[in-house]
Design a protein around this ligand. Structure first.
Ligand SMILES: Nc1ncnc2c1ncn2[C@@H]1O[C@H](COP(=O)(O)OP(=O)(O)OP(=O)(O)O)[C@@H](O)[C@H]1O
Length: 227
C-alpha cells in the first residue's frame, strides 16, 4: 500500500523560540485508520491544522498525496484540502441556515474539484446514499438546528466524506456522545472510509477509543517538544 503522508523533521511554533511540534518521522498508509491521542495542550489540533494545510510548518518535509506541503503556495494547499480532504470538527461547524442535504453538499459547492466530475444530480444521489448508510437519510430536508447532537455528528461525517476525499481528519468528533453512540458512530465512519478507500486520522484525548483502531500514536511520544 502507498503512503499518503510522509513526514520528516517537521517543526512548528506559533511564536519565535517557543516550539510546539518537532516530529522526526511519521508515515501513514493509504486506507489506514490512525488514532492519534495525547493530553490537552500536547499539540493535536496544531498537528491537524498543519496536515490539512491551514497552518504552514516552517521546517522539514511533509508530503501529502506525494505533494510537498512545506513551502507550497497557500492557494495550492487550499485547493488540495478542498478537493481531497474531509474535516470533522469537534463542534461539527454545520451551517445553521442550511438544511442537512445542503450542509452535506457544501464541500462540493466550495471546491468544484471535489465534485470529481459528477453532475449535481449524481452528487445528490451520492449524498442520499451516504446519508442512508449513516442513518440520516430521513432528515435530509430538516434544518440542522432541529436535529439531535448524534444526528449533527453524522451530518458532519457525511459532509467530510462527500466527493470521495483521499483523507479524513477528525478532531475529537465523539466528545459529546455517550459510549454506545460513540461506538456506533465509529463503526459507521469506518465502514464508509473502507468503502471509499479513504484514509482516516482520528484525534482524541480519550485513550479509551484506542481499542477500536489497529494503528495508534501517542503524540507526546513522537513529539520532541515536551509540553
Ligand atoms: N493560536 C495559538 N497561538 C499561540 N499558541 C497556541 C495557539 N494555539 C495553540 N497554542 C499552543 O500550542 C500548544 C498546543 O495546542 P493545541 O491546541 O494544538 O493542543 P491540543 O492537544 O489540541 O489541546 P486540546 O486537547 O486541549 O484541544 C498549547 O501550548 C497551546 O497553548
Amino acid at each position: 500500500m502507498n503512503d499518503i503522508i510522509n513526514l520528516k523533521n517537521l517543526k512548528y511554533s506559533y511564536k519565535k523560540n517557543s516550539p510546539v511540534l518537532d516530529i522526526e518521522n511519521l508515515n501513514v498508509k493509504e486506507g489506514e485508520k490512525l488514532f492519534l491521542y495525547g493530553p490537552s495542550g500536547c499539540g493535536k489540533t496544531t498537528f491537524l491544522s498543519i496536515l490539512s494545510g491551514i497552518l504552514p510548518a516552517y521546517d522539514g518535509s511533509l508530503k501529502i498525496f506525494n505533494t510537498e506541503f512545506i513551502g507550497l503556495k497557500p492557494s495550492l494547499r487550499d485547493q488540495l484540502r478542498g478537493s481531497e480532504m474531509g474535516y470533522i470538527f469537534q463542534l461539527f461547524n454545520l451551517i445553521p441556515y442550511l438544511n442537512v442535504l445542503d450542509n452535506i453538499l457544501l464541500p462540493c459547492k466550495i471546491s468544484p474539484l471535489r465534485r470529481k466530475n459528477l453532475s449535481l444530480q449524481e452528487l445528490k444521489e451520492k449524498c442520499v446514499e451516504l446519508a442512508n448508510n449513516l442513518k440520516i437519510g430521513k432528515i435530509l430536508n430538516k434544518k440542522v438546528t432541529e436535529i439531535s447532537i448524534g444526528q449533527q455528528q453524522r451530518v458532519a461525517a457525511a459532509r467530510a466524506l462527500i466527493g470521495f476525499p483521499k483523507l479524513i481528519i477528525a478532531d475529537e468528533p465523539t466528545s459529546s456522545l455517550d459510549a454506545d453512540n460513540r461506538e456506533q458512530f465509529l463503526k459507521n465512519l469506518f465502514d464508509q472510509c473502507e468503502s471509499q478507500n479513504t484514509t482516516l486520522i482520528f484525534v482524541s484525548h480519550d485513550k479509551d477509543l484506542k481499542k477500536f483502531f489497529s494503528n495508534h500514536i501517542y503524540l507526546p511520544e513522537i513529539n520532541r517538544v515536551k509540553s
